[in-house]
Write a protein that binds this ligand. Structure first.
Ligand SMILES: NC(=O)c1ccc[n+]([C@@H]2O[C@H](COP(=O)([O-])OP(=O)(O)OC[C@H]3O[C@@H](n4cnc5c(N)ncnc54)[C@H](OP(=O)(O)O)[C@@H]3O)[C@@H](O)[C@H]2O)c1
Length: 344
């Protein structure tokens, strides 16, 4: 297959604004692969990067799924060949030191260890939707909290709290914590209770309920031992910390939270932030190994119906539909859904 010299990319025009531009194809190095993107999913990080740090012409976009169109010389034999349908995520505009590399464009350069094989049973859009969010959930659970993974041969542990199970990270975390055999206590809006129970939540409580802490403690038999806060705003991390059993435990957050900002933070609850981009940098050995392992198990978990993507909210227009889609995410309209777009 002959590849074009240039491609269309939805990239930064100026801080806070993006549009379609012509860009060179990312240069394929010996260890890389080139993927022709067919679908993308959106994450809050996309608009946060655009509004806060990208420079004009810098690429953007994290989640993608598509077909492998070229494999570098030293990447041959690493489990990915031309024609394979794969998915993954990058840090758009900063991906592997290349400001012209990102998900919101026709072609992306990545590495064989950083993609997973899309099973035929799901669409490219669903595969894109399952990449960054589910990777974050596994990193928070298995690397930060040391919850036993379903393939470790171990199951069980203390009850876990997933604060805000209807976020895209929360959705995956509920499924994974249930697969690990844990009692999974979840918070969400009442409209999501039955959906979250269908994913494996043991009990779900309204995060706005003034008695939510007491209810979580009672449902978990005296308090949880682990928590993953997937919302991290409006003081909910402190509420999560108050849901622990008397012996305490550990909470993982997705945004930076400092317990010292809270005078009534429980002394026996430790906090660690997870950041999924760390798994793309080889100097973070544990996160990289965790992601690689996750990607080897994810296709089978999906095929077996043990992990399923969030319901999709599809936007039309391909790359040109991204402005509207990005605004939908930026203005907080996302509700238990993953925003996706596709193109040929
Ligand atoms: N550290 C990392 O590596 C990493 C990775 C991914 C995401 N993040 C960050 O994590 C956060 C979540 O991202 P996401 O993509 O998973 O979220 P999302 O899917 O966009 O979250 C949407 C959900 O947020 C929930 N929500 C809205 N207001 C809430 C409130 N006051 N309290 C609790 N939940 C509320 C809603 O739940 P209901 O429908 O139940 O109301 C809604 O369904 C973002 O800040 C994102 O930037 C960080």
């Amino acid at each position: 297959m002959s590849l074009p010299q240039v491609q269309n990319a939805y990239a930064c025009l100026t801080l806070g604004k993006a549009g379609i531009q012509s860009k060179p194809l990312p240069v394929l190095d010996a260890t890389g692969i080139l993927v022709k993107i067919k679908a993308v999913a959106l994450n809050p990080t996309d608009w946060k990067h655009l509004d806060r740090m990208l420079e004009p012409s810098q690429s953007m976009g994290s989640d993608f799924a598509g077909d492998v169109v070229a494999v570098g010389e030293s990447a041959v034999g690493k489990g990915v060949k031309v024609g394979d349908a794969v998915a993954g995520y990058v840090r758009g505009g900063y991906a592997f030191g290349d400001k012209d590399n990102g998900a919101f464009q026709e072609y992306i350069r990545i590495y064989p260890e950083l993609v997973w094989h899309k099973p035929a049973s799901i669409s490219y859009e669903q595969a894109a939707a399952l990449s960054l969010a589910a990777a974050t959930a596994q990193q928070g659970l298995y690397i930060n909290l040391h919850v036993p993974s379903p393939w470790s041969g171990k199951t069980g542990g203390p009850a876990i709290l997933i604060w805000s199970g209807a976020t895209s990270v929360g959705d995956a975390a509920v499924q994974l914590a249930a697969l690990s055999g844990l009692k999974v206590i979840v918070t969400s809006s009442p409209s999501n209770f039955s959906y979250l129970k269908s994913l494996g939540a043991t009990e779900v409580f309204d995060y706005s309920d003034p008695d939510v802490v007491e209810k979580v403690k009672e449902a978990s038999g005296g308090g949880v031992g682990w928590a993953l806060d997937t919302y991290c705003e409006k003081g909910c991390t402190l509420l999560s910390a108050k849901c622990f059993a008397p012996e305490g435990g550990k909470i993982t957050t997705l945004l930076p939270i400092n317990p010292e900002d809270y005078p009534d933070w429980p002394a026996n609850v430790t906090l660690e932030r997870t950041l999924i981009y760390t798994a793309l940098d080889p100097k973070n050995a544990a996160e990289c190994a965790g992601l690689e392992e996750w990607y080897t198990h994810l296709p089978q978990l999906v095929e077996q119906g043990k992990v399923r993507p969030q319901p999709l909210k599809k936007f039309e227009g391909g790359l040109s539909g991204l402005t509207e889609a990005l605004d939908y995410v930026r203005t907080g309209k996302v509700r238990r859904e993953k925003v996706v777009l596709s193109w040929e």
